[in-house]
Design a protein around this ligand. Structure first.
Ligand code: AMP
Length: 126
């Protein structure tokens, strides 16, 4: 499958420094920053610096170094935020991909959600 990447998406603009962000952590291949509309007390997004639309695109085309760095960055952000289950109260990681997920920003991002009890993963529609 050929993935089409929109270079004008908001996270591409953040990566190019065209709009500000509340950075939590930077690595060679990733940026972690606070979500502008947090849904939990801690709501941090981790994105690769590379131009990947979603998780499928990333695991198909990213290098092993990018994939390793991304995973380690997610874990490091959780640890440094004090929410890893070994020392804190835990977290939830979510990524949206494709229309059913209602992905808004077409650049891969993992949401790290923490800081309160989040209840069940999904609520059934009424
Ligand atoms: P998704 O629906 O998974 O694509 O999530 C996109 C997320 O990006 C939402 O939680 C937004 O609040 C967040 N977001 C959008 N614009 C910005 C921004 N400029 N800085 C930080 N987070 C943003």
């Amino acid at each position: 499958m050929a993935y089409s990447y929109d270079t004008e998406n908001i996270f591409a603009k953040i990566l190019r420094g065209e709009i500000p962000n509340d950075t939590v952590l930077e690595t060679e291949h990733c940026l972690a920053f606070r979500d502008i509309a947090p849904q939990t007390p801690d709501h941090i997004l981790v994105i690769p610096r590379g131009a990947y639309v979603n998780f499928d695109h990333f695991v198909t085309e990213a290098s092993d170094a990018e994939i390793l760095d991304f995973n380690r960055t997610v874990a490091r952000v959780c640890k440094e935020a004090g929410v890893s289950p070994d020392t804190g109260n835990g977290y939830r990681v979510i990524t949206n991909a494709g229309p059913d997920s209602m992905q808004e920003v077409p650049h891969l991002h993992f949401h790290i959600l923490a800081g309160r009890n989040m209840g069940a993963l999904l609520v059934k529609p009424a």
